[in-house]
Design a protein around this ligand. Structure first.
Ligand SMILES: Nc1ncnc2c1ncn2[C@@H]1O[C@H](COP(=O)(O)OP(=O)(O)OP(=O)(O)O)[C@@H](O)[C@H]1O
Length: 255
């Protein structure tokens, strides 16, 4: 990890949506410089909301949010990149502009080495150029909101290696919200577990008890999952049991 990379510090942060509904409650998280964090939680747990707040796109309702020691909303921070699906699936990629022209339009020619490396790693075609455009400028904080759904497993694996390499060679810090645990073993340095707008637990990967895997390549005829996926499956089952089925209230009141 590179020491001058920014840290992420969130203290007693509560956020309500403009319609008054609760978004995040009492969030406390500390992620060190140069860390690679996986943000994990069921649909609707608040991952996107937290990432967008950290990117400075929303005003924090109360509490403290500091990226590299400063408030991203007030400072309009340079070097904080938020990439979500709305960015990578933007229909711009379906028009006829060439890859190099698109990359040049976001300053690609200023970073020829990064541009060419990203083109190689992502095996760029028009669908992937959008992701490259978002990653091109050397960010110091990357907030990724599952952007790899469109990548095949080889491209995703190379992309994850590229991100790990970035944190080891430049001053940068990554938070990645994903539901796809495939190929992530060994990638994160930290985990954050979110449930219903709250942080359930966070810390270095070593602080989490990864469930023991059954020995042998197969279990009951199925290939075994990674320890990370087993851990996350356990969390989501627990969340589901605690929360109950969606729409239960509606069903009850409708009877
Ligand atoms: N602008 C908004 N106004 C009111 N409620 C919202 C708004 N945006 C999101 N929500 C609600 O807040 C909750 C958290 O949403 P969020 O998108 O942060 O979850 P998430 O963990 O990223 O989910 P997913 O895994 O499905 O992307 C959800 O119940 C969502 O419906």
């Amino acid at each position: 990890m590179v020491a001058e990379a920014p840290s992420i510090h969130v203290k007693d942060l509560t956020y309500n949506f403009p319609d008054g509904s609760a978004g995040l409650k009492d969030i406390n998280v500390d992620l060190p410089p140069g860390s690679r964090t996986l943000l994990i939680g069921a649909n609707g747990a608040g991952k996107t909301t937290l990432l967008r707040l950290a990117s400075g796109k929303k005003l924090t309702t109360n509490g403290t949010l500091l990226i590299g020691g400063v408030d991203p909303f007030k400072m309009g921070l340079e070097g904080v990149t938020y990439l979500g699906l709305e960015w990578v699936l933007n229909p711009i990629v379906r028009n006829d502009i060439y890859v190099h022209e698109l990359l040049a339009s976001v300053g690609g020619n200023a970073y020829p080495t990064r541009r060419d490396e990203l083109i190689r790693i992502l095996d760029i075609d028009r669908r992937r150029v959008q992701l490259t455009m978002g990653l091109l400028r050397p960010w110091s904080i990357l907030l990724l909101d599952e952007v790899t759904v469109d990548l095949d497993v080889l491209a995703r694996s190379r992309f994850l290696s590229f991100l790990a390499q970035e944190t080891m060679t430049r001053a940068c810090t990554i938070v990645y919200a994903t539901h796809i645990m495939d190929g992530l073993a060994g990638w994160p340095t930290h985990l954050v577990r979110m449930t219903l707008g709250t942080i359930r637990k966070f810390g270095p990967v070593e602080a989490f008890d990864l469930p023991p895997l059954p020995t042998g390549r197969e279990v009951g005829g199925l290939l075994r999952n990674s320890a990370l996926l087993e851990l996350v499956l356990g969390w989501l089952r627990e969340d589901l049991e605690e929360r109950g089925p969606r729409g239960r209230k509606m069903q009850q009141t409708g009877r």
